[in-house]
Ligand binder design. Structure first.
Ligand code: PPE
Length: 322
């Protein structure tokens, strides 16, 4: 992977190679961590973080669901992130904030372990590759079901829960596929290992609802808005497995992957990326890069002090500090 000069760790900017934890860190043993995946893009007004405030809100929500209190406000984490990107001299990057239970008592009661925070940024290209975004991928329905809300918390982006995605990812890769799609515990379509799913059939776009064990994806939310603005009907409803095969078009969305068409499912051809997918992919790319005025409100411009929301003030733009 690419590295950068600094990582923000518990309030300090430390050298990349010095950002370390003790081997008895609670999160390492029991998966007691929550994280985010965000991206900053180069725009004609400098680097900008896509839906920064929404990601920080979800980070706090993920932590709350696992009884973790953050010692830093969303404003402080937002400011730390902007400063970190500036200090690393990055124009575009992936952003990984992580909140974890640190070194303290061993055992399953984590409440006396410190809640620590780190933010790392580095350059990371398209998650499934540029060819995937252009030509589409071959996906297979996984033999693993997505974690059930009866045992874990799909709405929390929690470290331990990703063992589920890791199993599905390894299975799909070893089977010769680009990605696995998981069903929920009822057998309806849920999501990819790191992406939400959309199917297009007879001009109508459908995506599994909040109650289908999905992660409440920020790219998903953005795509629902964009598709509506482009005049499409988007329905959040249960999607049967067979509808993947019967779809006219399928695509996946996620921060790392961005928008990726699916051209084959379970060894059955869905087709090359279709018209609807192409159109939405174009608008989405424009939105990410600040080229569409309708969506510049989603961007937290690092250099100018402008923010993605009035409720997240950025009183001291990092560009002037650096
Ligand atoms: N579902 C899962 C399970 C998931 O991990 C992601 C993001 C999504 C849906 C899409 O959510 P959003 O990014 O808010 O649109 N996965 C992140 C982590 C990937 C990783 O490999 O790490 C990401 O894409 O950044």
């Amino acid at each position: 992977m690419n590295t950068a000069d600094f990582i923000w760790h518990n309030g300090e900017f430390v050298a990349w190679e010095d950002a370390k934890v003790h081997v008895l860190t609670h999160g390492l043993h029991y998966g007691t961590s929550v994280f985010e995946g965000e991206r900053a893009y180069e725009t004609d007004r400098g680097p900008a973080i896509f839906r920064h405030q929404d990601h920080l809100k979800r980070l706090e929500a993920s932590a709350k669901l696992y009884y973790m209190d953050l010692a830093y406000s969303q404003e402080q984490l937002g400011e730390a992130t902007r400063e970190l990107i500036t200090r690393n001299g990055l124009r575009s990057c992936y952003i990984r904030p992580l909140v974890y239970r640190g070194h303290g008592p061993m055992g399953l009661d984590p409440e006396d372990n410190p809640v620590e925070v780190m933010i790392a940024v580095w350059e990371w290209g398209a998650y499934l590759g540029d060819a995937a975004k252009k030509d589409g991928i071959r996906a297979k329905v996984s033999s693993w079901r997505r974690i059930s809300p009866q045992s874990l918390i799909p709405h929390s982006k929690a470290g331990g829960q990703y063992l589920n995605s890791v199993l599905a990812k390894i299975e799909s890769k070893r089977g010769g596929y680009d990605e696995g799609i998981l069903l929920d515990e009822r057998g309806n379509v849920c999501e990819g290992t790191a992406e939400n799913v959309f199917v297009v059939r007879e001009g109508v776009i459908s995506t599994p609802p909040q109650t289908a064990s999905i992660l409440d994806g920020i790219s998903r939310k953005s795509l629902i808005k964009i598709a509506g603005d482009e005049g499409y009907t988007v329905v959040e409803r249960d999607v049967a497995r067979a509808e993947l095969v019967l779809a006219d078009e399928i695509f996946l969305v996620g921060t790392g992957a961005e928008l990726v068409p699916v051209r084959e499912i379970d060894d059955i051809e869905v087709g090359p990326p279709g018209e609807v997918t192409r159109q939405l992919q174009q608008v989405y790319e424009d939105a990410l890069h600040g080229r569409d005025e309708r969506y510049t409100k989603w961007l937290d411009y690092i250099g100018t002090g402008a923010t993605d929301s009035a409720s997240m003030p950025n009183p001291s733009p990092v560009a002037s500090k650096a």
